[in-house]
Design a protein around this ligand. Sequence first.
Ligand SMILES: NC(=O)CC[C@H](N)C(=O)O
Length: 114
Amino acid sequence: MEPLRARVRDGLPVYGTCAGMIMLADKILDPRSGQETVGGIDMIVRRNAFGRQNESFEAAVDLEGVTGGPVEGVFIRAPGWSPSAPEPRCSPSTTAMSSRSARATRWPRPSIRN
Ligand SMILES: NC(=O)CC[C@H](N)C(=O)O
């Protein structure tokens, strides 16, 4: 992983969506055990910020302006992101509280009807 990190740090153009975005974040809020990122983007990601991966689903969706009937939509629970912040300078208990409120305020769960 380190050679790739070094290339990205040195300016290698990279692009990532969904899991790719997770890989490019400098920090994962709730990483799986041992999960690392390549990093390169100064942000924090939270995996499955809108629900569990196995709550992803497919549904027929009517789109305004698209004729021919509904299209099959695939709704994959996505990661959320937040700009990184300076390390908090407070006691561990206050840090934990800040972390919880960040989740509540920055990554609300939208309601998706299917
Ligand atoms: N397709 C994907 O990349 C899924 C990402 C995954 N649901 C997550 O947020 O961790």
